[in-house]
Design a protein around this ligand. Sequence first.
Ligand code: SF4
Ligand code: SF4
Length: 81
Amino acid sequence: MNVAYKTFSFEGEKGTWTAFSGLCKGCGLCIEKCPKKCLAWSSNLGIYGTPLVEPHIDECIACGICQSVCPDCAIAVLKKK
Ligand code: SF4
Ligand code: SF4
């Protein structure tokens, strides 16, 4: 399968959430650990053809836990000041 590597960014009230499809292996750890339960599987695919994740950005508090727990650095969270 030919998967183009893309960056998916979501701008929310609390910050900006970004996923890198070229890094995500679809392990689901970020979904499991999000304290707001606002991460879900995406219809976009990661590097191994597994689903990428995406946030319900209105519920995201930009805590950065998903970024911290991702073993592959596939998420970046930038909290607004
Ligand atoms: S930054 Fe926090 S609230 Fe937002 S998706 Fe990641 S773990 Fe969930
Ligand atoms: S923890 Fe990282 S590699 Fe695992 S599903 Fe989430 S973004 Fe993808």
